[in-house]
Design a protein. Structure first.
Length: 69
């Protein structure tokens, strides 16, 4: 789903004249999932998604990165 959202935003071709990354609006997404049987606190899931988001930005933005839980 995150990849589809990223592609749909790219396809809109919304200009972003002030960006150093792209002349169009892009999106970086960090994704974290876990098995519902896993006893992980919600804040850990959010933390993992946040770390994946920053990895996506470090990889050059306009990326989808999944956390390894």
């Amino acid at each position: 789903m995150a990849t589809t959202i990223k592609k749909n935003i790219e396809n809109l071709k919304i200009t972003h004249e002030l960006s150093d990354v792209s002349s169009y609006v892009t999106v970086s997404v960090g994704v974290a999932t876990f098995n519902r049987d896993t006893k992980l606190p919600c804040n850990m899931l959010i933390q993992q998604a946040d770390e994946a988001l920053y990895l996506a930005k470090d990889y050059g933005r306009n990326q989808v990165v999944a956390a390894n839980l």
